[in-house]
Design a binder for this molecule. Sequence first.
Ligand code: CA
Length: 442
Amino acid sequence: MSIELNETHDAGLRSWVDSANTGSTDFPIQNLPYGVFRRIGSHDAFHLGVAIGDQILDLNAAHASGIFSTHQGKQFDLALLSDKLNGLMDLGSAAWTALRLTLSRALRAGASQQTTLQACLLPQDQAEYALPAQIGDYTDFYTSIYHATTVGKLFRPDNPLLPNYKWVPIGYHGRSSSIGVSGQQFHRPVGQTMPPAATEPVFGPAKRMDYEMEVGIFVGNGNAAGERIAIGQSEEHVFGLCLLNDWSARDMQAWEYQPLGPFLAKNFATTISPWVVTLEALAPYRKAWTRDPADPQPLPYLESEQLRQSGAFDIELEVLLQTAAMRKDGIAPQRLSLSNFRHSYWTVSQLITHHTVNGCKLRAGDLLGSGTQSGPTPEEAGSLLELSAGGKKPLTLANGEQRTFIEDGDCIVMRGRAQKPGTARIGFGEVSGTLLPARALS
Ligand code: CA
């Protein structure tokens, strides 16, 4: 079942929050993404919030003002007064739709709630964020065939794309404990690598540090253990999407990944954006999903009419780099690549259905990574490993610095946006993270 367009998507809607009406903000009234925030530097409790223009509507304060009086039930109250989105995620898609409608009407120009809600706003530049949800389990997929093929060539020149790729959405279980929110800083990891032409591994800081531009998928209400989520219902179990940077140590990965997949090369840090954009907000930007007729078509449990009509998401994904020298000189982050989520070989709905086909239980707040989203051309690659051809072709930045992999002090910024003629332009805000030098070996 796909989400219908409704009055909340109307491109003509304006908000009484002026900064939501600029046409260039990521957060017009048609978006209304959720996050968890507090006043920066304070010891206040974190509250749920909704981004509107350059402001955040505090849902805890808005609840106290009585604007949600038509939403009945203790579960709803507990969910809104929480410091995590899990309770709201667990309420299910009918409750999400009802809440979005209430927020949309209350934030519109001319709304009677304006005076009350003006006192519930905090400017985003005065906020700090926490992870939007308590993430129970984290699974990372590998859904870009362009990324899989390019990386496969670097790791296995004779055998780039393994034969299961076109049949089964490939994934592995990651680690939720190292996921942080935008602004995350972490030290260059230390571990084992096998240098070229060496016969024994060496121990020390990773030398080939990389990012991966991914879309994060937050599970809403989960499934009971043993029950499958059919493809026709899978999107009802998705709360929303965010931006995700899956930091990767390529030299550690190359040495450790066979035969069981990524381990220490991937579990030291993963960074996500603070705002979760709901699937309902993304409804206008859906695209037909296609599979090359020359390729195997999905097995029946991963196939549906709705998937073919609108299974893909048209979301632009941008990666930018700001080196320490650029930051010192006041130079803005420079774009490294621009891709789009619509190129994904597997869809969000297929990932949910495949994940639960064996009876695996998903829970509210579980996070799935889409895998690196590289597009069909080399410039659309979602990692430095691809952009630098495995470290062989350095990128030269506008200030003359060169990069094959991430250097200490580099800040990676990712942004996402969706736009279409006749609709509002909505965005994901950004996710940024900075690599610090390795801790001293002792
Ligand atoms: Ca990944």
